[in-house]
Design a binder for this molecule. Structure first.
Ligand code: DAS
Length: 329
């Protein structure tokens, strides 16, 4: 590292996911295998761009990450920035990336960015995208325009905000989008081009409690109310519903919400994947006007999964009263 001391410092932590996956032999299925150093060995150009601190923080498929693990990742990233890292890069599986990025973004207090990336093709597959994504993530991490933007997701040469990014395809290489908003920027020949300036961010305090649970249910045709009714008795402290259309539930679900809302915060979001919930359009039982009258919070642009994370963090720090002001219209 001595010949590189003029280069900026970056810290890279790896958590697992397809980017780290390999098959043990031809024809075998892939599983997480590569630690951080092995991942970076496939991208030798990185050493010409930055002094790299590397840490293998986990080796999991991203569906098995959890809030406790993310709080540990956050603590690690804080220390790295306090020790002089200009930015932090995290690699992980793409399946839960839209949730982990938002979780970390809500808690990240620094101007130094966290740039998260992964891969759609495993490291042992022809045409694997992990090395290109890592290189582009380093470009994003080093770009002055990335400062003050919180946690960013880099996939397929596009930079997305943590609050809007979603995985919208199961296996396609272009699997990430920010529906309704578009990407924040692009990486073009190694240069990061942002489409808009950074905006003011709201950072939440660390949760004091972590044992509480928030349920997420999806409204669907002819659904009974058994699970919905059980939410309070099972000890959940908050509920998110991925509602129909512009934030709607059936008449029978609306009746159960009369009983639930006094007991716990309830958010209704849209299950459509794009667009906001309505506020003042529909007048039937279970539509947004009826739900707001009952004290239900409407999610605005925030997708159901991100709503659950926001509510969990707010309950954990005793700040449920801020919920409505944090739901983007
Ligand atoms: N689908 C995989 C990925 O893209 C698995 C995972 O999320 O860990 O990384």
């Amino acid at each position: 590292m001595s010949g590189q001391t003029h280069l900026p410092k970056l810290s890279i932590g790896s958590l697992g996911g397809t980017v780290s996956m390999q098959a043990s032999a031809n024809g075998c299925a892939v599983v997480p295998r590569l630690g951080c150093e092995e991942l970076l060995a496939n991208v030798p150009q990185l050493r010409e761009l930055a002094q790299l601190e590397m840490a293998t923080l986990g080796l999991l498929p991203s569906a098995s990450l959890g809030f406790a693990a993310l709080l540990d990742v956050l603590a690690w990233a804080r220390v790295e920035v306090e020790r002089g890292a200009q930015a932090v890069i995290l690699t992980q599986g793409t399946d839960s990336l839209e949730e982990t990025a938002y979780f970390l973004d809500l808690l990240w207090p620094f101007d130094a960015p966290i740039v998260m990336t992964g891969a759609m093709r495993a490291a042992s597959q022809p045409g694997c995208d992990g090395p290109a994504n890592l290189l582009a993530a380093v470009n994003v991490a080093l770009a002055p325009g990335s400062r003050g933007r919180g946690v960013l997701v880099l996939m397929n040469d596009q930079v997305h905000s943590a609050a809007r990014v979603r995985k919208t395809a199961s296996l396609a290489m272009a699997a990430f989008e920010s529906p309704g908003a578009g990407a924040l920027g692009d990486v073009v020949e190694g240069v990061v081009v942002y489409r808009q300036p950074a905006t003011r961010r709201q950072v939440l305090p660390l949760p004091q409690r972590t044992e509480h649970r928030v349920a997420l249910l999806e409204a669907c045709l002819d659904a009974d109310t058994a699970l919905l009714q059980a939410v309070a008795t099972l000890g959940y402290e908050g509920l998110v519903i991925a509602g129909f259309g512009a934030g709607h539930v059936s008449g029978c679900w609306a009746q159960v919400l009369d009983m639930l809302v006094p007991a716990l915060p309830v958010i209704v979001a849209t299950r459509t994947g794009s667009g906001p919930t309505a506020r003042a359009t529909y007048g039937f039982a279970g539509a947004e006007i009826d739900l707001q009258g009952k004290g239900v919070h409407l999610a605005g642009q925030l997708c159901p999964r991100k709503c659950r994370i926001l509510l969990w963090l707010l309950i954990g720090s005793g700040r449920q009263h801020l919920l409505q002001s944090l739901l983007p219209g």
